[in-house]
Write a protein that binds this ligand. Structure first.
Ligand code: ADP
Length: 243
């Protein structure tokens, strides 16, 4: 469902992605682990062309884009295949919870207001915020704001949801509620790619774990393989440091 071929990305002289190859099946939940600066976020952002790779091919669903030849239109059409949940939520401060979720449906999907409202109410209920529709982001906890971010992604009904460290800006006591919403969505069979530092979450929810270091995927496998029997030294050292 998702294919990446030889994705390369540099910032100035720093090559952050060294030629990433990856295939993800429909319905798969893939988590990406690795030390800070290893290129995890950049890889996620290259998937939807929030960062444009210098080289390589990105395919999501039936849309395939060659980075070297990509036009603005190509980038927009591949971006529409995914939805992103950001570390810092990126909500509109002057819009209500409901309006935040409706916005993408009305603007990007050109949906009628009534339909957008119905879908938005449904997904907000799913993330446990049915009683907060008319609140503004500043009236919510960080965990609730991130659940709005997740509802916004869900509403778009994308081929894949990309999560960029969705709990790392949260106070520890708020992490659990966000992870359990993500787990619930994962059970519904939505394809997900999750960059995370939450090892127990990765263990529990992933079909496949990727370990990145230095702009390459050093090792990948099932949670059991990666956490219980890592093959690579770099993976072992990382897991020892974080556990
Ligand atoms: P990770 O998510 O694994 O922490 P990132 O993908 O965020 O790693 O970053 C990888 C490297 O790329 C880091 O050295 C970071 O400083 C650099 N980098 C990321 N984004 C930019 C940018 N927009 N401009 C310049 N350097 C960047």
């Amino acid at each position: 469902m998702i294919i990446l071929k030889e994705i390369k990305k540099s910032f100035n002289k720093l090559q952050v992605l060294q030629g990433i190859n990856l295939r993800i099946d429909r319905g798969e939940v893939v988590t990406i682990l690795g030390p800070s600066g290893s290129g995890k976020t950049t890889l996620l952002r290259c998937l939807n062309f929030l960062e444009k790779p210098e080289k390589g091919i990105v395919q999501i669903g039936n849309i395939q884009v060659n980075a070297e030849k990509a036009t603005k239109k190509d980038m927009l059409s591949i971006r529409k295949q995914s939805a992103m949940v950001f570390q810092h939520y990126n909500l509109f401060a002057h819009k209500t919870v409901l309006e935040n979720v409706m916005e993408g449906l009305i603007v990007a999907k050109k949906m009628k207001k009534k339909d957008a409202r119905n879908i938005s109410e449904r997904v907000l209920e799913k993330v446990g915020l049915a009683d907060k529709l008319q609140h503004y982001p500043s009236q919510l906890s960080g965990g609730q704001q991130q659940r709005v971010g997740i509802a916004r992604a869900l509403a778009l009904n994308p081929e894949v949801i990309l999560f960029d460290e969705p709990t790392s800006a949260l106070d520890p006591e708020l992490v659990g509620e966000v992870l359990s919403v993500i787990k619930e969505i994962a059970r519904e069979g939505i394809t997900m790619v999750v960059v995370t530092h939450e090892m127990s979450f990765a263990k529990e929810v992933s079909d496949r774990v990727l370990f990145m270091d230095g702009g390459v995927i050093v090792e990948e496998g099932t949670p059991l393989e990666i956490f219980n029997a890592p093959k690579e030294d770099r993976t072992r050292r990382f897991l020892q440091r974080v556990s």
